[in-house]
Design a protein around this ligand. Sequence first.
Ligand code: SGN
Ligand code: CA
Length: 478
Amino acid sequence: MQTESAAPLVVSRPNILFVFSDDHAAHAIGAYASRINKTPNIDRLAAEGMRFDNCFCANSLCGPSRATILTGKHSHANGFIGNASVFDGNQTTFPKLLRGAGYQTAIVGKWHLKSEPTGFDHWQVLQGQGPYYNPGIKSAAGVTHYEGYTTQVLTDLALEYLREDRDPQRPFLLMYQHKAPHRNWQPGPDELSLFDGGPIPEPETLFDDWSGRASPAAEQEMTVARHLSAFDLKLTPPKNLTVAQRARWDAAYDPKNAAFLAAELEGVELVRWQYQRYIKDYLRCVAAVDTQLGRVLDYLDESGLARNTVVIYSSDQGFFLGDHGWYDKRWMYEEALRMPFIVRWPAVIAPGSSDMHLVQNIDFAQTFLDLAGVQAPADMQGASLVPLMRGADPSDWREAIYYRYYEFPEPHRVAPHFGLRTQGHKLLCFPLTDEWELFDLAADPQELQSIAEDPGSIDLLARLKRQLQALRVQYGDQ
Ligand code: SGN
Ligand code: CA
């Protein structure tokens, strides 16, 4: 690999700041019309940049999404198919290519790919999932322990990198990647009492009974009603808090009162109570991500970096926020499939714009390479989004995205499936039970009634099956 010092100095290439959170669904972002929370700093990026309204993951899980982003390839092609996989760091990744082209490459935060990061000049990563409080952070020098709320600690480290650790003469890539708002949704000290004032609106499908779909939807173990633990519901507090943190936690949660309530309620009322308990903590974690992003955006403004820095906000997959009665992700249904993707690039993107093309996390690597003027390897499977950012409508853009989920049975017992999504329809295949689902997204945006068995769908189903087969051939997943 080319060394940094041998690389040419080109200062006009934009810096890339990739802000990435874990499990942050688009429908918990103000700019994506959230009904349940506000995210003023993420929204600021959208107001000054472009919101992608049809960005989807290739496999709705943490490690697989990250591996896809690094390699520009679907899970079967990069080898990281479920969270038990180990990332092969010898593969070509976009940070390696940027580094070879003279970029300084850094990652701070969640990594979750088991093997050590490769292709980065600077890396400070959480170990595995990482805790919400007082994290150990691994770097080339070993593990360092920090006291504080992880969302803030990671932001301090990212700012330290921007201020002190990089060479201002060369462009940088910084991947700033939060653990939050991943399960079990432990809020930070400043957000413990946020949303105490009243209930969060419930999703329309909180009491979905999964009729109208193939058998797997009813067989999962990820319901708000039955699959949240005492730890999730904060009937037991985290173990690794300092004495001061524990005191604030107990004051905010009043665990005795909560345990009493949980024991008294039943049926629909218990589900509603658990939903509130879950969603408020989730949104508290989101609020800290947003607040900390504000610190970074302020620094970009103050330092003058904002002008030539492309800032992206995204998350590894979507999440069910009580939708269909669920938490977690995994499914190819909209709430888990969709990724937020917002890009601010002052020199190029029209402020407050949005894009409807079907894009995917397989596209991110090629996009970052294109931003830097680096040729993408022929075996990357996506496409650069830069033309879309410039407002183009390429006539040969893809008409469907391909999806495949593998991890089964634990955790959550979501049956393996694969499928495609076009602008108007979604087709899913569950090979274990040989079942299909087909949704008309315009008529049934909540995906409550599969039309795969309808006599009127025979031609459509056959056409989409052929299209799906063509995608499998195209991506080499047979
Ligand atoms: C943990 C969570 C699961 C979650 C996986 C994967 N359980 O196992 O609910 O689906 O992570 O999430 S927990 O009780 O340990 O929190 S991922 O985002 O990393 O893929
Ligand atoms: Ca995740």
